[in-house]
Design a protein around this ligand. Structure first.
Ligand code: DGL
Length: 280
């Protein structure tokens, strides 16, 4: 695997509205973003890649995450994707700008913790952010806080174990609740009134987060804003599918389909015929 500039065959791209949107994450977390894209753009075909063999990214060196992001991007482009959505905060932090440099003709949409939206919602000027350590330590995140939340108290909390809980489908398990209580307590102690779910796996834990945090605290993620950004970018490039419905989804994984498929089926709101293994 290399991370050089794109191969000549990919540079003379001429994309069409009927081509699919490629979406990837370290695992099933990016489905929280894909779901919103599906809802907003029901006519689009989606190719989703769960890099489950290498989950979690938050524990890997940034260079490794960049390599994986390049390999997956090439895989999705080779299958005709007209756009790539990096549905992972950690990969967006580690790889998005390198991807844009290396594939200048390809539209990329990344994700970032909803700090901007949190700044608009907080009344107490105190915001909590749950994310991976890598996301919280990154330049994109500090730039985000500086730009939109410099006058606020922003309490950050790395949350190891939550990605595994979602990957294993333990969405309501007692051990997941115990872990979440531990991570949310410091935010509650700081009297935040908004909690940002800064990892695309965490929206699947939203019911538990809301139960622990209580009704006074607003819980935010970026699925919907990212879906709107996908629509805007496609519109601008004349690449929106003219279809109003009937978009299909295909699911790929670098992991074991027998492990990934049951969780994916649980998290995806429509029938999932198969999860295709990829040796990438
Ligand atoms: N869903 C990824 C994110 O948004 C999970 C990170 C990981 O694999 O550690 O950051």
């Amino acid at each position: 695997m290399t991370t050089g500039r794109q191969k000549p065959g990919l540079s003379g791209r001429r994309d069409e509205p009927a081509q699919p949107i490629g979406i990837f994450d370290s695992g099933v977390g990016g489905l929280s973003v894909a779901k919103e894209i599906r809802e907003l753009l029901p006519g689009e075909d989606l190719l989703y890649f769960a890099d489950s063999r290498y989950c979690q990214y938050g524990e890997k060196p940034p260079d490794f995450i960049r390599e994986r992001s390049f390999a997956i991007t090439r895989f999705l482009l080779a299958r005709g994707c007209k756009m790539i959505v990096v549905a992972c905060n950690t990969a967006s932090e580690a790889a998005l700008s390198a991807l844009r440099d290396a594939f200048p003709a390809v539209p990329f949409v990344g994700v970032e913790p909803a700090v901007k939206q949190a700044a608009l919602h907080t009344k107490k000027q105190r915001v909590g952010v749950l994310a991976t350590a890598l996301t919280l330590a990154g330049n994109r995140f500090s730039a985000l806080v500086e730009r939109f939340a410099s006058g606020l108290t922003v309490v950050t909390q790395p949350s190891p174990g939550l990605v595994e809980a979602v990957e294993a489908g333990r969405l309501e398990a007692e051990e997941t609740e115990t872990l979440l209580k531990m991570y949310l307590q410091p935010l509650l102690d700081h009297d935040v009134d908004v909690i940002v779910l800064g990892c695309t796996h965490y929206p699947f834990l939203r019911p538990l987060v809301e139960k622990i945090a209580g009704p006074e605290i607003k819980v935010l993620d970026t699925g919907k804003p990212v879906a709107r950004q996908v629509m805007r970018v496609l519109e601008r490039r004349g690449l929106l599918s003219p279809r109003q419905e009937g978009g299909k989804e295909s699911f790929f994984t670098s992991g074991l389909p027998e492990r990934v498929a049951p969780v994916l089926r649980r998290l995806w709101p429509r029938p999932v015929p198969e999860v295709i293994p990829v040796d990438e």
